[in-house]
Design a protein around this ligand. Sequence first.
Ligand SMILES: Cc1cc2nc3c(=O)[nH]c(=O)nc-3n(C[C@H](O)[C@H](O)[C@H](O)COP(=O)(O)O)c2cc1C
Length: 317
Amino acid sequence: MIPDLRVRLGEWELANPVMTAAGCAGSGRELARFCDISRIGAVVTKSVTVEPRAGRPAPRIAETPSGVLSAVGLQGPGIDVFLQRDLPWLLSRGARAAVSVAGGGVDEYALLARRLSEAPGVTMIEVNLSSPDPARGGRHFAADAAAAARVVAAVREAARADIPVFAKLPADVADLVGLAGECVAAGADGLAMINTVRGMVVDVDTRRPAVAGGMGGLSGPAIRPIAVACVYQVHAALPEVPIVGMGGVRTGADVMEFLLAGASAVAVGSALFHDPSACLRVLRELERELVDRGVERVDALIGAAHHTAGAPGAAAE
Ligand SMILES: Cc1cc2nc3c(=O)[nH]c(=O)nc-3n(C[C@H](O)[C@H](O)[C@H](O)COP(=O)(O)O)c2cc1C
């Protein structure tokens, strides 16, 4: 038996449910030396900004026992170079290009969506709502559901109707389900979650925070249970809304865990730093897990943890 790996996220169809996570694979070039990127469900790019940006100062990365603390910021060449250089390259490799966008205001997000819609080949726009909002003292857009909804509505309006728009949510907000609901009401076709979780490492020799910005974002296996809980909770509240789950995915079994919690697809992030071919390895492992369990279609797993007898409600602690 060869399991059917196809999944649907609303109108968006993927050959398999394993994608890259934004910011962990650049625009795909970094991975192409190690694996055939056309076989990845979709390549999600580093968040693209309107202007070129240098990102945060070094040091930007610190190791933690089961994750990475990073403070890279929104480093990138800006939308013009992305459209001239990176997107055509990605498409020339047969990859499905999903583009993450980050703006300094609603107008910038809308501009990015418009520019991406004029280019051929963009299969999804992911709205990074963890970008700092200068109008609100640098707090990220997701910290205020109304601000996040304004961004999503502007992107949905500016983007071509046939390009799905996914809102990428962080876990560390006061009311994640409320935020998810506002984003969907504003026009999001799906949700991606979670972004990194705020953390800090202090260097005991220098007596200073290990990354230059002080705080960083924690990713990797340390955050997987947080991410699975977020997906479970949001799927329980909004079962019709497709979710791309991420946070610490390293193995095929990890993918299963997210799908069972309610994700329709899963993204691999930090694992790519030590294994750039992780997406395809994870896919092979997923296939083997399905065969071992006699599961013929991967989409049969989506949300199944909610239907198992005795499954807890979303509010269960
Ligand atoms: C170095 C680094 C850069 C990242 N850059 C972005 C980014 O540009 N946009 C975004 O939405 N998320 C970004 N993320 C968050 C990841 O997409 C992902 O949500 C998070 O790392 C959790 O997945 P993981 O544990 O598999 O890494 C970044 C993460 C890391 C570690």
